[in-house]
Write a protein that binds this ligand. Structure first.
Ligand code: SAM
Length: 325
């Protein structure tokens, strides 16, 4: 295991930003340390250039080379920030072959930054193949976090943000798209009470396919399915369309054209409250399970009452019913 060597020691505290940030003097001395050898996955803005981080700028400036999905696109960003680090192309079509060459440089002590056209490399973008290849050769891999479309869309969507599933792009072919949506619908319906209950589904979408995708979502999940389309995030025309899939479809249909980048989010299936019968069955099953696991009857009743917020007498009555059967 390694911590980012150009940063202070990591801590166990979940929100440790203040603790790890240190004093201004600490930060200045950190910034003077040379960049450690290794691969740096650097997030870049998804629209608003102010979303570049201070650390991303330093890593891009100090790396030996920047591997870019599109060198011309990245050059605009580098020019804007006055960065003159050489670039090399690293995209979907040369990913494996280029990864092998870059890993050789890394093994020789190189410091290589990877960027995609926008957002976080490796998320629906090149980056993961190179990271895996570097890890396999024992090279250090450092995330340099920042902008990302799915997380930005999720946190401002108003939907459940604790549990979500990112599904990348939906297939472009109608049949395959329906199949993917049907699989998700089945898994979310069967997970209503399980570990995946309350999971927001997230997709990347393109403007020319959003109408078809919403049409299929309506067919598979029903026209009342709540959705959010997050468009042009962090840009001038940023917009969130919220409503049932039928409502959002008609909002978009009323427009002359639909442009820009977008993320589609589906609200989780509503959690189903168990019927009184199901609740009783599950209380009895929980007691049986604890007893089978070695708990005394008394302890099992106490534990189930505590965990479910039920009165002890209610749980006892349920258990008596079981024994009377
Ligand atoms: N690596 C990127 C990231 O971290 O989000 C995603 C790259 S993927 C090739 C491009 C897709 O991301 C777009 O088609 C769109 O679905 C989504 N996207 C990127 N920028 C966006 C933005 N500003 N607003 C909404 N969606 C965006």
């Amino acid at each position: 295991m390694h911590g980012a060597p150009d940063d202070p020691e990591p801590t166990d505290t979940p929100c440790a930003a203040e603790l790890t940030a240190g004093t201004a003097a600490d930060r200045r001395s950190e910034a003077r340390k040379p960049l450690a050898p290794g691969l740096y996955l650097v997030a870049t803005p998804i629209g608003n250039l102010e979303d570049i981080t201070l650390r991303a700028l330093r890593v891009l400036r100090e790396a030996d080379r920047i591997a870019c999905e599109d060198t011309r696109q990245t050059q605009k960003l580098l020019n804007h920030f006055g960065i003159r680090t050489p670039t090399v192309s690293y995209h979907a079509h040369n990913e494996s072959e280029r990864a092998a060459a870059l890993v050789e440089d890394l093994k020789a002590g190189g410091r290589i930054a990877v960027v995609s056209d926008a957002g976080t490399p490796g998320i629906a973008d090149p980056g993961a193949v190179l990271a895996r290849a570097a890890i396999a050769e024992g090279v250090s891999v450092f995330p340099v976090p920042g902008a990302n479309a799915l997380i930005s869309a999720l946190v401002a969507s108003g939907l459940e943000a604790e549990r979500f599933r990112f599904n990348g792009f939906l297939p472009s072919k109608a049949g395959e798209r329906r199949t993917v949506l049907e699989d998700l619908q089945r898994s979310s319906a069967s997970a209503r009470e399980g570990a995946l209950a309350g999971t927001t589904e997230i997709f990347y979408e393109t403007p020319h396919r959003i109408a078809e995708a919403l049409g299929d979502v309506g067919t598979v999940f029903g026209p009342g399915q709540p959705v959010v389309v997050a468009r042009e995030l962090t840009k001038l025309h940023e917009e969130f369309l919220r409503g049932t899939v039928a409502e959002v479809r008609s909002q978009l249909a009323g427009r002359e054209s639909v442009r820009g980048e977008m993320v589609l989010l589906l609200a989780p299936a509503p959690l189903q409250a168990p019927s009184p019968d199901e609740r009783h069955v599950s209380v009895r099953a929980a007691i049986r399970g604890l007893i089978a696991g070695g708990a005394s009857e008394k302890d099992a009743l106490k534990q189930v009452a505590r965990e479910r917020g039920l009165g002890k007498s209610e749980v006892y009555r349920e258990w008596q019913r079981e024994r009377g059967r």
